[in-house]
Design a protein around this ligand. Structure first.
Ligand code: F6P
Length: 321
């Protein structure tokens, strides 16, 4: 292996830069040249590639976002788009591609390899933590911290006004962020897409909280729960008449300096991705499991489902008396 390419794709996640840095520096140490692809698969098709050396990734480990830029590209969905991307990699004499992203990005990598024989290694980078084959994804820990910081602040104003706050966190299909934030933020109730429990129950929960002497409550809703935070807030407002406010945290959760857990995870996985390519691995995601590095076929990362930790439901409920 003489040259590899690296790209970030899909939603950005804090720690992606730490992963790029780890790829560049590990590869350089092993005598492999790295080219960075800008703007994910969109940039690949357009030939937006440039050689990256160790100094190009200096002073990036602490920076949020991705220095390579990213995009939600659908070009990989067409055979022509994939063929064009593969041709660009051949033109650049690239022997392997490292894709840092989520399941959409891994689809792109999977088909590029299946149809054009490009060895592809996936590195899990998404705040949603929704990839099978790794205990955690890069960006998840930071997103939870950012959301939690907001919840703490909303609690201050909620308590002062004796209001109910319904707070929506990210997670299009997954409730990992919501459950962690609910436990760590002392929420009364949490709604996630994996569990389509009826919104009606929340009215009784809030009424019971008031009866116990709680003047304000925090309810956490994952973005993917049907009706979102607004639906839950409407049910509370209509069912209790209590003053209720909605706060949708949104993309703020994707920004900011990565916390240490994300930097360490990204550094380990970026390093592991290079070694995987050197060992002849292809079509796998490098993940963390059982305290070490594990490989999972790319297609399994989206075909199999990583369940949320349902114990956190019980924990949040037990502690919210
Ligand atoms: O990257 C994951 C994610 O942050 C989801 O939680 C969210 O639903 C989605 O991305 C938002 O995507 P976009 O930035 O394209 O609106």
């Amino acid at each position: 292996m003489k040259r590899l390419a690296v790209l970030t794709s899909g939603g950005d996640a804090p720690g992606m830069n730490a992963a790029i840095r780890a790829v560049v520096r590990t590869a350089t140490q092993q005598g492999i040249e790295v080219v960075g692809v800008r703007r994910g698969f969109s940039g690949l098709h357009r030939g937006e590639l440039a050689v990256l050396g160790p100094r190009d990734v200096a002073n990036t480990i602490q920076r949020g976002g991705t220095i390579l830029l990213t995009a939600r590209s659908h070009t990989w969905r067409s055979p022509e788009g994939r063929a064009k991307g593969a041709q660009v990699l051949r033109d650049w004499n690239v022997d392997g591609l490292i894709v840092i992203g989520g399941d959409g990005s891994f689809h792109g990598g999977h088909y590029l390899q299946e149809e054009h024989g490009v060895p592809v290694i996936g590195v899990p980078g998404t705040i949603d933590n929704d990839l099978y084959g790794t205990d955690h994804t890069i960006g998840y820990f930071t997103a939870v911290e950012t959301a939690l910081d907001a919840v703490d602040k909303l609690r201050d104003t909620g308590a002062s006004h004796e209001r109910i706050f319904v707070i929506e966190v990210m997670g299009r299909h997954a409730g990992h962020i919501a459950l962690d934030v609910a436990v760590a933020g002392g929420a009364e109730e949490v709604f996630i897409p994996e569990d389509a429990k009826s919104v009606e129950g929340v009215v009784e929960i809030v009424k019971a909280s008031v009866a116990k002497g709680k003047a304000s409550s925090i309810i956490i809703v994952a973005e993917g729960y049907p009706g979102g935070a607004q639906g839950v807030a409407d049910a509370i407002q209509n069912g209790t008449g209590l003053e209720t406010r909605v706060s949708i945290l949104g993309h703020i959760q994707r920004g900011g300096a990565p916390v240490s857990s994300d930097r360490v995870l990204a550094s380990r996985l970026g390093e592991a991705a290079v070694y995987a390519l050197m060992d002849g691995e292809k079509g796998v995601m490098v993940g963390r499991g059982g305290g070490g590095i594990v490989y999972t076929p790319l297609h399994e990362t989206w075909e199999k489902r990583k369940d949320v930790n349902r114990d956190l439901y019980r924990c949040a409920k037990t502690l919210s008396i």
